[in-house]
Design a protein around this ligand. Structure first.
Ligand code: ATP
Length: 308
C-alpha cells in the first residue's frame, strides 16, 4: 500500500497530533515542517506563479546518503498538462511528489516551477500554489459543509455547492439527513473511501491551485464509484498542471506523458498508446490489469500486478 507523503517513521511525536487534527496534506506538511531540515533560503521571496509549469532536471535524491532513491530523473509537465507516475511499490513515485513539495531538498539537479528553482522561494508560497488530493482524506468531526469549505476558509455556500457539484458529490449530500449541515467523521455520518476522496476533490476545487498532485487510492472501487471519481478527477485536473500517482492504468490513458519508474529510474516513458505498443514493462502491467478485470477479481491495483 502506498504511503504517500508521510511514511510512519516521520510521524514520531506528531503522530497523535496529526491523527487528531490533520485534514489535508498541506496541514500535515505544516506539522511536519519542524522536523524537516529544509528551511527557506535567506531572503527567499514568494514564488511568482504564472501558469504552473513543472520541471525536474537530472534530479537525484536519497533519504540517507548511502542509499540513492531517485536517479537522474528528468521530466517536465507543461502548464495545464498531466503526467502520470506508475511503477512498483518503492520505485520512488511518492518521493517525486514529496520533493516537488520541497519536503526535502534534492541532492543533485533541480526542480523548477514556473522558471524558479523551488530552493529559492518560500515553502509557504510554494505549497499554497499546489493542491493535493491524497488517497486517504481524514475528515473533521464537523459538518460536510465545513469539511468542503476547508479548501478555502470563507468560501460562500454557493461556492461550496459548486465545488461539491464539480466533485460529483452534491447529489449524495442531498440524501444526507441534514444535507450540507450533516455531521460527518468519526462521530457523525461515516463516508465511504470514494466519498471521502470526492470531498478532497471538492476542497481542491475550492482552493483552485495552479498545480494539482493526485494520489490515486489503491483500494479497489466498484465500477460506479470509479466512474464518479474519474469524472470528479478530470474536473479537478482541467486546465491545471497535474501529476498523478496512478495505480489503475485505466485512469491515465489520457495522460500527456506516463513515466514508468523502477528502482528510482525512469525505465519507460510515453503516452499510453506508445507504451502498450512497446512490449515493455508498461505493456506487461496493462495486460495484467486487463486480465485481472476479466477474471472479475477486485484487485486491479498496479502494485499487485507488478509484484506478482
Ligand atoms: P508505493 O507505491 O509503495 O508508495 P513509491 O513508488 O511511492 O511506493 P516511495 O514512497 O517514493 O515509493 O519510496 C521509495 C523508496 O524510498 C523506498 O525504498 C522507501 O523505502 C524509501 N523511503 C521512503 N521514505 C523514506 C524515508 N522517510 N526514509 C528513508 N527511506 C524512505
Amino acid at each position: 500500500i502506498i504511503q504517500l507523503y508521510v511514511p510512519l517513521n516521520w510521524f514520531g511525536t506528531y503522530y497523535r497530533a496529526i491523527q487528531k487534527n490533520f485534514v489535508d496534506m498541506e496541514n500535515m506538511f505544516d506539522l511536519l515542517r519542524e522536523e524537516q531540515e529544509v528551511i527557506d533560503a535567506p531572503g527567499a521571496l514568494p514564488i511568482a506563479m504564472k501558469r504552473g509549469g513543472v520541471e525536474f532536471r537530472n534530479v537525484s535524491f536519497g533519504y540517507l546518503p548511502e542509499r540513492v532513491i531517485l536517479k537522474n530523473i528528468t521530466f517536465s509537465v507543461p502548464p495545464g498538462k498531466t503526467v502520470a507516475l506508475v511503477g512498483p511499490s518503492g520505485s520512488g513515485k511518492s518521493t517525486i511528489i514529496r520533493l516537488l513539495f520541497r519536503f526535502y531538498d534534492v541532492d543533485t539537479g533541480s526542480i523548477i516551477v514556473d522558471d524558479q528553482n523551488v530552493k529559492t522561494v518560500t515553502q509557504e508560497s510554494l505549497r499554497r500554489a499546489i493542491g493535493v488530493v491524497p488517497q486517504d482524506t481524514v475528515l473533521f468531526n464537523n459538518t460536510i459543509k465545513y469539511n468542503i469549505s476547508y479548501g478555502r476558509i470563507g468560501a460562500s455556500d454557493t461556492e461550496v455547492v459548486q465545488a461539491a457539484r464539480g466533485a460529483d458529490i452534491h447529489d449524495r449530500i442531498q440524501t444526507f439527513p441534514s444535507g450540507y449541515d450533516t455531521e460527518v467523521g468519526e462521530r457523525g455520518l461515516r463516508l465511504s473511501g470514494g466519498e471521502k476522496q470526492r470531498v478532497a476533490i471538492a476542497r481542491t476545487l475550492l482552493k483552485a491551485p495552479i498545480i494539482v498532485l493526485l494520489d490515486e487510492a489503491t483500494s479497489a472501487l466498484d465500477t460506479q464509484t470509479e466512474r464518479n471519481i474519474q469524472g470528479a478527477l478530470s474536473e479537478v485536473c482541467t486546465n491545471r498542471t497535474t501529476i498523478i500517482v496512478a495505480h489503475r492504468l485505466s485512469t491515465i490513458i489520457h495522460a500527456d506523458e506516463i513515466l514508468v519508474l523502477k528502482e528510482g529510474e525512469i525505465v519507460e516513458r510515453g503516452t499510453h498508446l506508445n507504451l502498450v505498443g512497446q512490449e515493455g514493462v508498461y505493456a506487461a502491467m496493462w495486460k495484467q490489469q486487463l486480465q485481472s478485470r476479466d477474471n472479475s477479481s477486485v484487485e486491479n491495483s498496479l502494485e499487485q500486478s507488478v509484484d506478482s
